[in-house]
Design a protein around this ligand. Structure first.
Ligand code: URA
Length: 440
């Protein structure tokens, strides 16, 4: 086979065979195909698209380009996983993983670091001093077997084709392609050995997918891939027009996750986490337990309220070297030097809390990465106490900026203010979820 023929075929809008896709992905991963040819194929896919079969073949080829974990064996038969397409203030994993474990379902998850507005799950965990997210494959599987709860970074051997292709997409304007996004996400989930996967696909101005139609299409594509690969998949489509919960920024999000695990926390975050956990429980129950989603919601909610999720989170932190005094007293997490209140400039109703704007502000404060190796400030961020539809009084404190230097604070003050808008007329609250797509 020749790379140039495969590129030409896709350029002309024809479908690639499984053999062609396998050959291309393997050769590129080994370094036998140069970046310029891979970039040309990515652009052709971006413009011409892929059929369901092609997308599944691309996903499987990437999933099998490196290690494929047998997580089901390590966890005793069924491995349930979750994935969020990423959003502002999304600390769901920190709550949901221990909560699901507290319900008796072992979970072992590989997460990523964030590029963009604020850190990813790994960065957030590292706000807890000593928490080790860099586990070897063996350590990861051992902890999964021994404790039934582990949360660590993705090993370099997991779907290496995706690692290479994603880096190339980033610099060739080929990230926003439905088959490429879907296959990238699902290849990592399949390689991580999940039997059942709950996808949290965000929609709104702070998400990859701005509109509901695009989010549904992405969700359906990922569900189809999972089903064709023999996995149970559910996709939830959730709102990302306003931040999830109140806190945005690494330490602040860990603190909020701990409050939620204590049975408190913002109502939207709590409800969101219970919903994601309930779907994970239902998949893991395989029709024998939690066959009714409502039963799963009730159990997750009760255990969350009883602090059982927090106990599991303490076990997780202890097993991975985290400083438990920070879990017990989150005020010991890294804290910013300056905390400045933002007040409402009129009475009325909250009309907008822009996820995109708050995300940008937090990035300006130093909480996010510009490049893969950029350092991040774990302490800074923004907390927004109001949600769209809330009633507010002029002068009320609606947000707080947590900064470590005056210059950055000055830079982001306007951005925070511009992210908030008010109305004298009642504004309906935003829904948490728009749709659920079942694939099993
Ligand atoms: N997340 C991924 O892992 N891959 C994409 O292509 C987009 C988001």
């Amino acid at each position: 086979m020749r790379a140039v023929d495969i590129i030409a075929k896709k350029r002309d809008g024809l479908s690639l065979t499984r053999e062609e896709i396998d050959w291309f992905v393997n050769a590129y991963t080994k370094g036998d195909i140069p970046d310029y040819q891979a970039a040309a194929l990515l652009m052709a896919i971006c413009i011409r698209g892929m059929t369901r079969e092609e997308t599944v073949h691309l996903t499987l080829a990437m999933a099998h380009s490196g290690d494929v974990l047998n997580l089901a064996a390590a966890l005793g038969g069924y491995a349930v996983d979750k994935h969020s397409s990423g959003g502002v203030g999304d600390k769901t994993t920190l709550v949901v993983l221990p909560l699901v474990a507290a319900c008796g379902v072992p979970v072992a998850k590989m997460s990523g670091r964030g590029l963009g507005y604020s850190g990813g799950t790994l960065d957030k965990l590292e706000a807890i001093a000593g928490f080790n997210v860099n586990l070897s494959r063996e350590q990861f599987l051992q902890l999964a077997r021994d404790t039934g709860l582990v949360l660590a970074g993705q090993s370099a051997d997991l779907a290496p084709a995706d690692g290479k292709l994603y880096a190339l997409r980033d610099v060739t304007a080929t990230v926003p392609s439905l088959p490429l996004i879907a296959s990238s996400i699902m290849s990592k989930k399949l390689a991580a050995g999940a039997s059942g996967i709950v996808l949290d696909v965000k929609v709104g101005e702070g998400a990859f997918m701005g509109d509901l139609e695009g989010a549904r299409l992405l969700a359906q594509t990922m569900v189809d891939i999972g089903v064709d690969a023999g996995r149970d998949v559910v996709a939830l489509i959730s709102d990302m027009n306003q931040p999830l919960g109140h806190a945005v920024g690494n330490s602040l999000e860990v603190k909020e996750a701990i409050e939620t695990l204590r049975g408190g926390g913002p109502p939207d975050l709590r409800e969101h986490c219970v919903e994601v956990a309930a779907h994970m429980l239902r998949l893991a129950g395989q029709g024998r337990r939690w066959s009714d989603l409502e039963d799963a919601r009730i159990e997750a909610s009760q255990r969350l309220g009883a602090g059982e999720g927090l106990a599991a989170f303490r076990r997780l932190a202890a097993a991975q070297g985290g400083d438990l005094s920070m879990v017990d007293d989150p005020d010991r997490l890294p804290r910013a030097r300056i905390v400045e209140a933002v007040t409402a400039d009129q009475s009325g109703y909250v009309a907008r809390v822009s996820a995109l704007g708050i995300g940008r502000a937090v990035f300006l404060l130093g909480a996010g990465r510009e490049r893969k190796d950029s350092p991040i400030d774990l302490a800074v961020g923004v907390t927004v106490r109001v949600k769209v539809g809330d009633v507010i009084e002029r002068g009320a404190a609606v947000a707080a900026i947590h900064a470590n230097d005056e210059a950055r604070l000055n830079e982001c003050r306007e951005t925070v203010a511009a992210s908030l808008a008010y109305s004298s007329q009642p504004v309906p609250p935003l829904p948490l979820f728009y749709d659920t797509i079942y694939g099993h």
